[in-house]
Design a protein around this ligand. Structure first.
Ligand code: SAH
Length: 475
């Protein structure tokens, strides 16, 4: 007993009744009271009363309730989500409760708490806000007193204000960073100008005030979007990326991002090339982080364009950390990563039923050490491996994979300039891969895909990776 002190025997919930039926059985005062309570919701009400009081009939007309003036039958409960037994007769109520239970419909018998599945609270209604007060039968009078007190506390304008808040929720989540900024907005919304104007019934002015509040919050702080520009073809850009580009004050872009995508930005946006093309001067990662933070603090809307997907070998982790540390709002917009574009160019299934069910995104550079990286083991167990930045280490990659047991016959597909009109496709085996390193004719970005699934690619438009070897074989 003592252990349960402070615990409720009932669990309060808000049940969905919109477009669902609530049945009230009984023709007198109690039935009418329950009907009035339920009529505060959008439930469909079905009244069953053999001898209804005239007020009940009037209620049914006014609230367009289904009104059945027959002796009660269990079929009257069909399709109900809640049932009230309010006949005033113990035996009759008991039968309704039993019928409802058979149908697994929660049931309430008025003034008979022992046989109720649920109890009805006293309600303060400021739809969509509701306060429900329960006392577990300790005192309906107590519940009404509390109800009256809360009713006085809550402005009648709370309902419309809450509805307006619901309409702003999406915009706020999109535009304001989580945490203190968002909390401040909502506090000002519910206690400041919008609430005051709503209170005196100036609805459109309240809306304008909410609008101003949102602008004020968004104008103060900048916003950085780390945006995937895709593999190069501008029509592989996402619609979200395009929308953000058109709103941007500043666009920072990497060398691999095509000119056409950068051009899609707002006409008077500031455009900053930050790197990293071989031979050209480019900014260090620390400099880029600092620039993002500085623009954000100056209240700019920044689009940081990265080739492919920003979270794949894009050093987005460091940029996000810097933005978080500086408290600047940011979002990430995914893009089509180079491996997917390369696979599409080759019509190559990256996963293939019965052949391979996993894939690895890796860079050749971690093969320099003495220990074999995890992904090499995955390659051996059949994963499709996409190697980013793999050209200058092609021989190393091939050698290490073969040495650790991957067959030198394993298929390899190589794409230069995936998705672009100037793309070139090569195919071969792991044994041919070292040749990639010596091909001076490849100047664009190169994606290498290795694995048994590659054998299923379409090689119609590709040429052999290592010409000499193939020629020797043909001879
Ligand atoms: N974030 C990018 C990867 C950046 S690392 C993405 O998700 O795609 C840069 C490497 O990506 C290049 O060295 C190359 O291996 C690969 N790459 C990028 N664009 C490519 C393209 N159009 N064709 C082939 N490889 C590409």
């Amino acid at each position: 007993m003592a252990a349960d002190a402070g615990k409720l025997n009932t669990f309060p919930v808000f049940m969905r009744v919109e477009d669902r039926t609530v049945v009230i059985v009984g023709g007198g005062e109690e039935a009418l009271a329950k009907a009035r309570l339920v009529a505060q919701c959008t439930a469909r009400i079905r009244l069953v009363a053999e001898q209804p009081a005239s007020e009940l009939a009037a209620f049914a007309r006014r609230f367009d309730a289904e009104f059945i003036t027959e002796p009660y039958r269990d079929a009257h409960l069909d399709g109900a989500v809640l049932v009230f037994a309010a006949t005033g007769d113990e035996a009759a109520d008991g039968r309704i409760v039993a019928d409802a239970r058979l149908r697994k419909i929660p049931v309430n018998a008025v003034d008979r708490p022992q046989i109720c599945d649920f109890l009805t609270p006293a309600i303060v209604n400021r739809a969509p806000v509701a306060v429900a007060i329960g006392t577990e039968g300790a005192g309906p009078v107590l519940a009404q007193m509390i109800r009256a007190r809360i009713d006085r506390m809550l402005s009648p304008a709370l309902g419309p204000l809450a509805r307006m808040a619901a309409a702003y929720r999406d915009a706020v989540e999109r535009l304001l960073p989580r945490g203190s900024v968002r909390r401040r907005f909502w506090r000002d919304f519910f206690e400041g100008e919008p609430a005051r104007l709503m209170e005196i019934g100036h609805i459109s002015e309240a809306q304008e005030a909410a609008e101003r509040l949102l602008h004020q919050e968004t104008a103060q702080r900048g916003h950085v979007a780390l945006v995937g520009a895709g593999p190069g073809a501008e029509d592989l850009l996402t619609l979200r990326a395009q929308r953000l580009l058109m709103l941007a004050d500043v666009i920072l872009f990497d060398a691999l991002v095509p000119e056409a995508v950068v051009e899609m930005g707002r006409r008077d946006a500031e455009r900053v090339a930050v790197g990293k093309r071989k031979g050209c001067h480019s900014k260090s990662q620390a400099e880029i982080n600092a620039m993002l933070v500085a623009y954000g603090e100056a209240g700019k809307r920044v689009v940081r364009l990265k080739s492919g997907d920003p979270l794949v070998f894009g050093r987005a982790g460091e940029e996000m950390q810097a933005l978080r540390d500086a408290g600047i709002d940011y979002e990430v917009v995914p893009g089509v990563t180079a491996a997917f574009a390369a696979a599409a160019d080759f019509e190559l299934p990256l996963t293939l039923r019965g052949v391979t069910s996993s894939m690895v995104f890796t860079t050749g550079h971690d093969l320099k050490g003495n220990t074999l990286p995890d992904w090499a083991r995955l390659a051996i167990s059949g994963a499709t491996v996409a190697v980013y930045m793999g050209r200058s280490v092609a021989a190393e990659v091939a050698g290490r994979l073969i040495a650790s047991g991957l067959s030198s016959d394993t298929s390899v597909a190589v794409v230069e300039n995936a998705s672009l009109s100037g793309r070139r496709l090569y195919h071969g085996t792991l044994a041919d891969l070292p040749a990639l390193q010596d091909r001076a004719d490849l100047t664009g970005p190169v994606m290498t895909i290795i694995g048994d699934a590659v054998a299923g690619a379409n090689f119609d438009r590709s040429t052999p990776l290592a010409a000499r070897r193939t020629a020797a074989m043909a001879a």
